[in-house]
Design a protein around this ligand. Structure first.
Ligand SMILES: O=C(O)CCC(=O)C(=O)O
Ligand SMILES: [Fe+2]
Length: 336
């Protein structure tokens, strides 16, 4: 973990929601690039289906045992009242979504749609992203602090007329307004339907959620594919390894109506079935390798209006197709 101080600020701002999430103990914001955590030790096993399944089984068992122990204690100590807010499905943002069907689709296809954000929430996240400083991984000032900028300072793919920018990670806290990504996404983080989908899919209550709010910069048409791939890693085909087992909720906060608006592209079913050799080495896969094993008609370009939301098992091969004319904003919640 890169910065325990900023992590603490998000964790404390969401202390109440954690209480309500019962098991979801750690909520991390994007600025800590929490994925660094996953690059070491046994998290690497998360690329293997058998490891994800085994972990789900063991973690599910551990939580059940814990739960039984806690209820035993509560029952034997009748005066010690523990208040856990249990939200009902009718309070969900995703009221009406069929949990079983969604989980089934995730299992079969690796993706399921129909989890759109209400307009006011999408608007709030968009405004937050417009008014909060961003950073691009790998760019630092002379004093070694990350170089910060606002998204409106990126025009024609360049920051203040200077260097090229490919992506802008929105900070988890806006020091000026006191707003935080953790607070803004709180209704999502404690949404009973979303949590139910995630826990059913994973086989245990998620222990941790990481938040990412990311602008993909409109790159125009002049840059070579090779440069883009080098400078913008998620534009390469890859699978995520975000814990031992994990699943992601995505929502578009700018409309993605066509292939030039920055669609998320994936190959359904590859969470359970990947060519053997893709399981080894880097999680990033070359275009050539993908071409050898998959037809173009197996690629799914995901498009939708602002607020469009879906859940995915990001062990599926996927990538972003960078936008051409206007920046695309995506919010990701990774449950693990
Ligand atoms: O921006 C996207 O659509 C994909 C991002 C992604 O794959 C990642 O952050 O790992
Ligand atoms: Fe990814």
């Amino acid at each position: 973990m890169t910065n325990s101080k900023s992590r603490a600020s998000v964790v404390s701002s969401s202390a109440k929601q954690q209480e309500n999430l019962s098991y979801t103990r750690q909520i991390l914001d994007a600025r800590n690039t929490p994925d660094k955590d996953y690059l070491h030790s046994f998290y690497k096993l998360g690329r293997f289906l058998w490891a994800r399944k085994l972990y789900s089984h063991l973690e599910g068992k551990r939580q059940n045992t814990l739960e039984q122990a806690v209820s035993f204690l509560i029952e034997t100590l009748p005066r010690a009242r523990v208040s856990i807010e249990t939200r009902q499905p009718e309070d969900s943002i995703f009221k009406g979504v069929d949990v079983e069907k969604t989980v089934e689709e995730m299992r079969e296809e690796g993706v399921s749609f129909g989890l759109d954000l209400p307009k006011d929430m999408a608007d709030r996240l968009y405004n937050y992203a417009k008014t909060t400083p961003c950073t691009e991984p790998g760019y630092f000032l002379e004093n070694k602090n990350p170089e910060e900028f606002f998204i409106d300072e990126v025009e024609n793919g360049r920051l203040r007329g200077g260097r090229r920018v490919f992506r802008a990670l929105v900070r988890g806290v806006n020091e000026k307004t006191g707003e935080s990504l953790g607070n803004l996404t709180e209704p999502l983080l404690k949404d009973p339907i979303l949590l139910s989908i995630m826990s059913k899919y994973l086989g245990y209550y998620p222990n941790r959620v990481t938040l990412h709010l990311t602008w993909s910069i409109a790159l125009g048409t002049g840059l070579s594919e090779e440069t883009i791939r080098k400078k913008y890693p998620p534009s390469n085909w890859h699978f995520d390894v975000a814990g031992i087992n994990f699943a992601t909720y995505y929502t578009y906060l700018t409309p993605v109506k066509n292939e030039e608006d920055g669609p998320h592209v994936m190959i359904p079913r590859t969470h359970v079935k990947k060519p053997m050799k893709m399981l080894w080495g880097s999680a990033k896969k070359s275009e050539e390798l993908i071409k050898q094993h998959f037809n173009k008609n197996e690629h799914l370009n995901i498009m939708g209006p602002m607020g469009f939301g879906f859940v995915q098992d990001p062990s599926c091969l996927h990538r972003v197709k960078p936008p051409v004319h206007s920046h695309r904003l995506l919010c990701q919640l990774r449950f693990s």
